[in-house]
Design a binder for this molecule. Structure first.
Ligand SMILES: [Zn+2]
Length: 281
């Protein structure tokens, strides 16, 4: 980059506008507050791809590559599904709702920095590939990764995610409950409503807004807050902590929560990083 400008930013103003809070406990606010005082600007001559193509091979696709691929399939309605997690039944359900109304889905895995305890990208993409192979029509799903660090800006980040997917050639972005949220900084549907608050022609990529999904025993299938009239007692809920515990201890994970092919890959991963709990006794 040829530096043509140096400037300082009003961090509190940026945080209030982007994150809707200046609370230093918010990870995005902290990221901004930790930035050095001066920003540099100017024309960029060489843009690094940060080693991602070397690390991730075919999984790393540029916007030009995904657009070309969609053209070759004859797809015009493509929904992006962004994920930082392996896909369980609820994620599968969201992707399939999108496939019902679009030509296909782009499962777009984050390759940026992770929080401790997150599943590494290579394990996650292997689990997603197993799910796609066994439970999706091959001509309806593409898996790719892209480099992005989460900022946890909730609704504003949902707009950013939609804009990125516009570049990748996606007509829609699946926006779930509390998309890109953290803690309780944002309401569960703020990331849905913000798309109605911007000018109608501001984005080509439109949101596919879907409530949180789960298996309901009374419904006898996958459902969401919009389609299931039952209560928590009838719905299968597995927290991230419970899931990690079950996977690392070899306990059963209900097939209504996660496909056995996915569970098997995650179990092998946990076995490789943690000594069996019983061996400690
Ligand atoms: Zn139900």
């Amino acid at each position: 980059m040829r530096v043509t400008e140096k400037y300082a930013i009003d961090k509190a103003h940026e945080c209030a506008r982007v994150f809707r809070t200046v609370d230093p406990a918010h990870p995005g606010v902290r990221m901004v507050m930790d930035q050095p005082a001066v920003n540099l600007a100017g024309p960029v001559k060489v843009l690094s791809q940060g080693g991602f193509p070397e690390t991730y091979g075919d999984l790393f696709m540029t916007p030009a590559q995904t657009r070309k691929l969609f053209d070759s399939f004859g797809w015009t309605r493509i929904a992006a599904f962004q994920t930082r997690n392996p896909m369980h039944r609820s994620h599968e359900y969201l992707a399939k709702i999108a496939i019902e109304v679009c030509d296909g889905v782009l499962v777009h895995s984050l390759l940026g920095a992770l929080k401790p305890g997150d599943i590494p990208a290579e394990v996650r993409t292997k689990a997603i590939a197993a799910l796609a192979k066994n439970y999706f029509v091959p001509s309806t799903i593409v898996q790719a990764g892209y480099p992005l660090d989460m900022r946890y800006a909730g609704p504003r980040e949902a707009l950013l995610h939609a804009l990125f997917r516009q570049n990748y050639g996606c007509s829609h972005l699946i926006v779930g409950r509390d998309h890109a949220g953290v803690g309780s900084y944002y309401g569960p549907f703020e990331a849905h409503h913000i798309f109605d608050e911007i000018p109608a022609d501001a984005l080509e990529t439109q949101p596919l807004t879907i409530d949180v999904a789960f298996w309901c025993y009374k419904c006898g299938g996958m459902a969401s807050g919009r389609t299931c009239p039952h209560g928590d007692a009838d719905r299968l809920q597995v927290s991230g902590t419970q899931l990690r515990k079950s996977l690392s201890e070899g306990a059963q994970v209900p097939p209504e929560f996660s496909r056995p092919e996915v569970v098997e890959i995650l179990r092998a991963y946990y076995a490789s990083i943690e000594p069996p709990v019983k061996a400690a006794a």
